[in-house]
Design a protein around this ligand. Structure first.
Ligand code: ADP
Length: 273
């Protein structure tokens, strides 16, 4: 369902972020992207959601080449969970999740936050899937802990019933216990909805624990593509370089609320929808 055929992406300054990459990803796979900073993980996600276009090669989603007139339609089937979450701090948890349905909500309804009842029911079910208790529904997002906010971000990502969810370092700022819990919920929710996930992680141990398939990138090239069980210390050294393999749990922070985007960005998103 997702194919990259000999894709390269060269930025205007000459940086070759992705170099002749070919990948085939099947429906429902939970893929973890590993690689050092600058390996091309974010660029790869950008290529899949059409925010970055290839310099060479093709990205094909469900048989259609990404780009041109089909871009917006294909983008509606791909959701993103950002490292910074991008929740709206003063909106309730429920309304934050409902904003995930903005592409299918008319402009006047979105301006007044009038979401159809079926969407409200779907949002509540998704919040249940990520095990956020009902008492949090009408709390402002800014009143939640980092782990709870991450769960809201997961529920929001599934709101538009995407076929692919891209998660860019979704547990970068969480402590190890909360990180495992969040990754578990992401995987469970994806299984329930038969959604393909591409998740970049800094923590190798979480990748080996949660991935169905590990995709390792270095300098934009594919260094490893296979089962987590087959990732050997040699593979990791090849990926990160000798002595640079991240230690278990490295990268976990505290369960503190992450920074929020400004409300103006939500208004811009509504206008774009
Ligand atoms: P990762 O997500 O693995 O850290 P990125 O995809 O962000 O890697 O970056 C891959 C390479 O492309 C890096 O060398 C980075 O500096 C470069 N890069 C990323 N975005 C741009 C850009 N907009 N312009 C120029 N170079 C970029």
């Amino acid at each position: 369902m997702l194919k990259l055929e000999k894709v390269s992406r060269v930025y205007p300054d000459g940086t070759r972020a992705i170099d002749n990459l070919s990948l085939h990803i099947k429906k429902g796979e939970f893929c973890v992207l590993l690689g050092p900073s600058g390996a091309g993980k974010s660029t790869l996600m950008g290529l899949i959601n059409g925010m970055v276009l290839p310099s060479q090669g093709e990205v094909v989603l469900w048989g259609e080449k990404v780009g041109g007139s089909n871009l917006k339609r294909l983008q509606q089937r791909v959701s993103m969970i950002h490292q910074q979450l991008h929740l709206v701090p003063r909106l309730s948890v429920l309304n934050n999740v409902l904003t995930g349905a903005l592409p299918e909500t008319s402009l006047w309804r979105s301006l007044f936050m009038l979401f159809p009842e079926k969407n409200q029911r779907r949002a509540c079910r998704l919040l249940e899937d990520v095990e956020l208790e009902e008492k949090h529904l009408y709390r402002r997002a800014m009143a939640l802990s980092g782990g709870q906010q991450q769960r809201v971000a997961i529920a929001r990502a599934f709101m538009s019933q995407p076929s692919i969810v891209l998660a860019d370092e979704p547990v970068a700022s969480l402590d190890p216990v909360i990180s495992r819990n969040v990754l578990n919920l992401l995987k469970q929710t994806a299984q329930q909805h038969q959604t393909t996930v591409l998740c970049s992680l800094h923590q190798v141990d979480y990748a080996l624990e949660f991935a169905d398939r590990v995709i390792g990138l270095r300098q934009g090239r594919l260094v490893y593509d296979g089962r987590p069980e087959d990732v050997t210390p040699q593979v990791l050294e090849e990926l990160y370089g000798p002595g640079n393999v991240p230690c278990p749990g490295e990268g976990g922070g505290v369960d503190a609320p992450p920074p929020f985007i400004a409300e103006q960005q939500l208004a811009a998103a509504m206008q774009a929808a």
